[in-house]
Design a binder for this molecule. Structure first.
Ligand code: HEC
Length: 269
């Protein structure tokens, strides 16, 4: 992104704040839709994308290496098209991994960065922030491509079944499951339409929408962060970053989203 586009981002952010006030009379959904349209050419996610590309190419960590030989599923160094096929099974780790946990594997093996820095880190800080930027850039390389997660390996099918069970598992102080909020069409909480995630909710919705820039808190969120926050909404304990349950839920939602077009990185409330 060049300087004039950056200026445009800034201008649009200023402009849209005024616009939001002017539109206070309209329904929130309409206002949010307009806001998204206004920002289409100037999504602040662009900045994270740029940072991610830089981090991919930069020699870093104790081994002073770049990530350019990282295998995200379609061969060493391939970034185009990988996002719409993740999570998938990786023979070298013997695990089904999502984009973020796979990036951590590459950071660890190629650069010597300790995975604990991410797993035990804080959102938006340190190496966890690096993963967010990297995931945003890698995901952007599949813009417009259709989700088609592999289900040929037995572990990929097991993770789908595990994700499905987790999606419907009720518990916590409110006896909520993911399905309580995302199991039917037309549900809302406050301003938010809650997409139905047991099938394909449409292009750029649900699984096909994250990483996304969140206007409400000015942060870039990956799917790991999205899931963490939904577990909070469910009054469940916070899941461990990159844990099997988070990957399984992504497999479930990702397989369900087959055929949906990726519009990532998107912009959200
Ligand atoms: C108490 C209700 C509630 C529960 C339970 C819940 N969520 Fe959510 N979910 C939300 C809300 C509200 C949003 C939108 C938040 C926002 O944009 O501020 C959301 C957004 C999402 C999105 C992004 C949708 C999009 O199009 O941007 C995904 C994916 C998601 N949830 C998955 C899950 C999963 C998986 C679970 C179970 C672990 C879950 N949610 C449990 C309320 C819930």
């Amino acid at each position: 992104m060049n300087a004039s586009k950056l200026a445009l981002v800034a201008a649009m952010l200023g402009l849209s704040a005024t616009a939001m006030v002017a539109h206070a009379q309209k329904t929130s959904t309409e206002a949010i839709e307009e806001y998204r349209e206004m920002l289409q050419d100037g999504n602040p996610a662009d900045l994270y994308e740029m940072k991610g590309e830089e981090l991919w190419k930069k020699a870093r960590g104790p081994k002073n290496a770049s990530l350019e030989r990282c295998d995200l599923g379609l061969g060493a160094g391939v970034t185009k098209g990988v996002f719409v096929q993740l999570p998938r099974y990786f023979p070298d780790t013997g695990k089904v991994q999502d984009l973020e946990s796979r990036l951590v594997t590459c950071m660890s093996t190629l650069q010597g960065i300790d995975p604990k820095e991410v797993v035990n880190g804080q959102w938006g800080k340190g190496e966890r922030a690096s993963v967010t930027a990297l995931a945003t850039w890698v995901a952007s390389q599949s813009k417009g491509m259709k989700f088609d997660l592999p289900q040929s390996h037995a572990q990929e099918r097991t993770m789908y079944e595990l994700g499905k069970r987790a999606f419907f598992q009720r518990g916590g102080s409110h006896d909520f499951a993911c399905a309580t909020c995302h199991g039917e069409d037309g549900k809302r909480i406050r301003l938010q339409d809650l997409p139905k995630l047991t099938g394909n909710p449409g292009d750029g919705v649900g699984f096909a929408a994250w990483p996304a820039y969140r206007v409400s808190n000015g942060q870039m969120w990956t799917m790991q962060h999205r899931l963490n926050d939904c577990y909070r909404q469910q009054r469940f304990p916070e899941p461990t970053w990159g844990s099997d349950i988070t990957v399984a839920l992504s497999v479930y939602m990702g397989v369900n989203a087959k055929g949906a077009k990726s519009t990532v990185p998107t912009i959200k409330r």
